[in-house]
Design a protein around this ligand. Sequence first.
Ligand code: HAM
Length: 426
Amino acid sequence: MALNVQAIRGMNDLLPEDTFVWQQVEKVLRDTVNSYGFSEIRMPIVESTHLFSRAIGEVTDVVEKEMYTFEDRSGDSLSLRPEGTAGCVRACLEHNLIYNQEQRLWYMGPMFRHERPQKGRYRQFHQLGLEAFGLEGPDIDAQLIELSYSIFKKLGIADNLTLQLNTLGSSEERAEYKKELVAFLEKNFDSLDEDSKRRTHTNPLRVLDSKDEKVQALLKDAPKLSSYFKEETRSHFEKLRAILEALNINYEINENLVRGLDYYNLTVFEWVTKDLGAQGTVCGGGRYDGLVSQLGGSETKAVGFAIGLERLVLLLTTLNKLDTTKTNDIYVLGMGENIEVHLAKVSSYLRNSLNNVKVFTHCGGGNFKKQFKKADKTNTKVAIILGDEEIKENKVTIKNMFDKDAEQVTVSLEDSIDIINNILNK
Ligand code: HAM
């Protein structure tokens, strides 16, 4: 009987045509974060469940409904990471990376959330995350936003993204505000949708970003968090805005932007697009000054963000911003006695002598016609051909596959390098 096994719903294979595109995007991301002086950290994909419930919040959607949680063989409750911030803080505490010192870190990898899959929303997805520790001013908030903006600019999609910005103030300011907000929501309880009713007493701030139109209309008359802000919050936000304005980064203030994870305070932001339908948030982040101490460390200021790579790639594809034509630099082919040995030797010489060049060695024999057909199929720029003459005289024939009028030349292996470089760099 055939084994009828398919990938888990919402978890996607990335096929060679996808990885070709992903690698280009990942290179831009890596080059950018490195150019800002951030260092890479790699955390495990599985952590103790209580790390996430503690960090993200017991009554968030992520912890309540979306985690992949299981008991391992020792009876410990473990979860696949739904995001990277919690694990990053855990690793920093465990290895003493942030005690009395600043750290600027990044990570890239898969995250897991059991959400209803749709375009742009998956159960396994990938994030590039950045976290900066030990810095309290709005300058680092602005730098992170500028870094995300520079990624979008380099990829040619900045014009299709809007920066939404808000400040959530301090936990004291939010506690004061929550009392008034809950009173308002209770007064209008019957007009709330089921989700907002539930959240009124568990996580009232989340009602602010309800997708329900009736609730949004009602919220126009709701009390505003901003009227509870004191000097410190106001000045942090004003300075952040001033830096962004000086950098010519446009933003929209969205007072209903509260983010879905509980650890945020002060600055929060998202980059959103209209080009992806319902799942238009490509990047989100903000400050989380309370998280390190909440997880057992000493008080450490922190701020970060994460970009969803599937949404980034989807947007790039939708806007036609990616190079999708895969090319091959060199195809080494030939016929003759002991040809396998000669092809292997020549290919190895070329790989060692040419920098960053893809050398594809023909395998499996066959006549010249068949071999050239394969070279064409892989979109090859240069064919290196070996026949009886070449083998006897220790030479190779070079054919420019992208210029059918160019003459073939037969030269020694040493002399071939400059000629190949000339063709490839044209
Ligand atoms: P988040 O807003 O939950 O924040 O996720 C960040 C980004 O990951 C989203 O804007 C979205 O692009 C992508 N994403 C989230 N869920 C899915 C999904 N199911 N399918 C596809 N993409 C998804 C965080 O995770 C925070 N840890 C960000 C952060 C870092 N805050 C401070 N430091």
